[in-house]
Ligand binder design. Sequence first.
Ligand SMILES: Cc1ncc(COP(=O)(O)O)c(C=O)c1O
Length: 389
Amino acid sequence: MKQDFNQKIDRSNTEAAKWERYRKAAGSNPVPLWLADMDLPCSSTVRDALIRRAEHPVYGYTDRDASYYRLFADWFNGQHHYRVTEEDVILSTGVMYSITCAIRLFSREGDKVVVLSPAYAPFIHAVSCSRRRLCRSRLRDTGKRYEIDFCDLEEKLKTAKLFLLCNPHNPTGRVFTAEELGKVAVLCERYGVRIISDEIHCDITYPGTCFTPIMNVNAWTRENTIACVSPTKTFNLAGLKISAVFIKNREMNELFRKEAAAVGISSINLFAMCAVKAAYTESSAWRQDVMEYLAGNRQTAAVFLRERLHEIAFYQPEGTYFYWLDCSRVKDAPSLGEQFLKHGLILSRGEEFSEDCRAFYRLNFACPKSMLEDGLRRMETVLRNITEL
Ligand SMILES: Cc1ncc(COP(=O)(O)O)c(C=O)c1O
């Protein structure tokens, strides 16, 4: 039986960040379309596995055998042809912890770390908290999609130590092609810049798009990439805190493995391990259903935006469940966030991703369709109020 994702789920009393963080400002009937989790139920097989384990009354120290590493290798090899072995896999409680750990291991204080801009906000903090210098290479809006400006990227990489890639890209939804990644690889190799690649959204792509792991691009990227992946976006398990890192280079792998153990990030919660096993081995029907549902919502939002909110510019995302909305044609766009909030609508603000994106908003469409439509109607109300002023 198909999973019913139209049902609204009451997340009150679960301390859901997406619903609670702006509770005061957004009022009693909020539509939170910001933080990157889904307002959709996870797979019943995951839920059943967690309940079964929770029913056992002892939650003691737990070992992980090779089968858990194989779970990750099998999933990512099967879905995206990564060609990783169990030895390449290091478990971690979260992609951002892995990224911070990698930045600290593979660069020194004061070194430059290049990101594509706009950039997922925690990237910015991971770099600055590690006392490295953030260097942005701005994506170009070509009128067809956002693209890497290779001349600019080359300039930035010349003096950099690391390139922190996000593919599929949050917030723009671009899934970089093998050709684009090939050019990135050439530049990184030319200037000896290792790649940390955040591929957390790689399972969420739409028909017509093919995700390529940058470590597969050539022999150099295979030896010089730290790839960060996770089941948490795909299967909506963010609160369980689990992810993995793939490093093929033996020396880098050993270094990272030791550091991850020393700082505790490879110490995975037993419930997360239960969930990931059920997700990767028994949830393919749910996954197919959720991807169809997301594709439907992506289309719903596109039609609404095109027909009723034509002052907003956007591209359909190739991957992720975000729309990156360019509101720069709207009067006083940076203050729109406040107006949305007054109407209970919570979107992520562009300035979190880059100072020059104050006219942008990111919308998360992983929710029941009725909730998405409610949010879009609230946007319309705000925009009509502005035009009528
Ligand atoms: C690109 C990207 N990386 C990392 C994360 C967070 O991952 P984790 O919770 O595993 O640290 C997110 C969550 O939104 C994300 O979008």
